[in-house]
Design a protein around this ligand. Structure first.
Ligand code: LLP
Length: 402
């Protein structure tokens, strides 16, 4: 786990902007992006940042300046990417279960489109024929990922068109003239096992043989980052080497090569983010000590939704004696961030931080209990910049008719 932002800077950010606060380290994003480029340099893929992980427009700008495109799941994400200055060719629209209207909008915006079901492919093809080539998302029937909720490539998953239905895709191509310019696969999130990627890659390459004129293979995202101290993420260096071998063999045996795309989210922005909270209450029960903080699953839902571990630091008293707590939020429901967590003894008013909060942190936040969402700051070269204002009561009321 990298050291990242210093406690002093984080404390300063909390002092200036209050808590709860999301703080993002720009350097971390840049260094994660560079790691991907190095690991995959043999085949120089295009990287499309999966902005569902963290869609603040400033983050999109940073990644686009580094050379990344943006992978979007909704038209509003597409609009954000375009507002961030990302060109249409650098945007992929990979929705699921959306109506045809959204595809029409995506066509009007000129972005790459990834279709993940047969009925939409049929409708799209009947409407656009060969005028708007698309990618098709294949479900590879591979069960993998950190948690069933984030596994998307298994047979029972709602995502993609089953690899066993490739003949149906070809039938639609034949009937409507729709051009399939690429195949897409995304097996799940937090995949450490390199064999899973290789299996998916081999499967998609063999499926690709059935399609004429295919240009792109989009391998999705899902690279694992360490959350628990001592844990290892995906070994990207080995993955890059093994993928390069597979591409080379494929080229030699079939004569075919493709442009390769990836869509990582977590890998690029998980480690950059810290959720800073304040300890409001220390409660000593008969069997447990609780720290109650000024946040809850309305701000960081991953521990409750995926049983995810987020490492914590007591920034105010890092050298206090170790004490074991259940760290809980202030929501009117059980919202335990951490069970039996050893932390330097916490005093009311201490600033605590959750690491790895950049990906799917703010992005999955809500206004549950009519509590406002946190502010966000970007930290670069020691400078703290507010990139999203803390919500107010007026924001909560906005749009309500009374
Ligand atoms: N591409 C597609 C089509 C996806 O569905 C996803 C994630 C990604 C790329 C990026 O995956 P990543 O590199 O971030 O693993 N909220 C969950 C993660 C859900 C991921 C959904 N799809 C979490 O907090 O763990």
């Amino acid at each position: 786990m990298e050291t990242g932002l210093s406690p002093e800077l984080l404390l300063k950010a909390a002092a200036v902007h209050g808590t709860p606060l999301y703080a993002y380290d720009q350097h971390s994003i840049e260094s994660q992006y560079a790691k991907l480029q190095t690991a995959f340099s043999a085949f120089q893929p295009s990287i499309f940042y999966a902005c569902k992980a963290l869609s603040n427009i400033n983050i999109l700008r940073i990644l686009n300046r580094l050379g990344a495109g943006i992978d979007c799941v909704s038209i509003n994400e597409v609009r954000l990417a375009q507002m961030a200055g990302v060109s249409s060719q650098q945007i992929i629209f990979t929705p699921n279960s959306v109506a045809m209207d959204e595809y029409h909008e995506a066509v009007a915006l000129g972005v790459n489109i990834n279709i993940d079901n047969l009925s939409i492919l049929q409708e799209f093809g009947s409407h656009y024929g060969s005028r708007y080539p698309v990618l098709v998302r294949i479900n590879p029937h591979i069960l993998a990922g950190g948690n069933l909720k984030i596994s998307t490539g298994h047979e029972d998953s709602k995502f993609g068109i089953s690899v066993t239905q490739a003949d149906k895709i070809l039938q639609i191509v034949e009937e409507t003239g729709v051009v399939v310019k690429g195949l897409h696969i995304h097996t799940g999130s937090e995949i450490k096992d390199i064999d899973v990627y290789i299996k998916g890659l081999e499967l998609i390459l063999s499926t690709a043989q059935q399609f004429d004129g295919l240009e792109i293979i989009d391998l999705g995202g899902g690279f694992k980052v360490p959350y628990v101290p001592g844990e290892q993420g995906t070994d990207l260096h080995t993955l890059g080497e093994r993928m390069a071998d597979v591409f080379e063999q494929h080229k030699q045996s079939t004569g075919n090569s493709y442009r390769i795309w990836f869509e990582p989210g977590k890998f690029l922005v998980s480690e950059c983010g810290y959720l800073l909270v304040k300890a409001n209450v220390i409660k000593k029960g008969p069997s447990r000590m609780f720290v109650g903080v000024d946040s809850g699953f309305n701000h960081l839902i991953r521990p409750m939704f995926y049983d995810a571990y987020h490492h914590m630091d007591n920034l105010s008293h890092p050298d206090a004696p170790p004490t074991v707590y259940n760290v809980v939020g202030n929501i009117c429901e059980t919202d335990t961030f951490a069970w039996d967590r050893q932390l330097p003894e916490v005093q009311p008013g201490d600033i605590l931080s959750f690491r790895n909060a950049g990906a799917y942190g703010f992005e999955m936040s809500s206004r549950f209990n009519s509590r406002a969402r946190p502010a966000e700051v970007l930290i670069s070269h020691g400078e703290i910049t507010l990139i999203r204002k803390r919500e107010t009561f007026e924001d909560i009321l906005a749009g309500q008719l009374y």
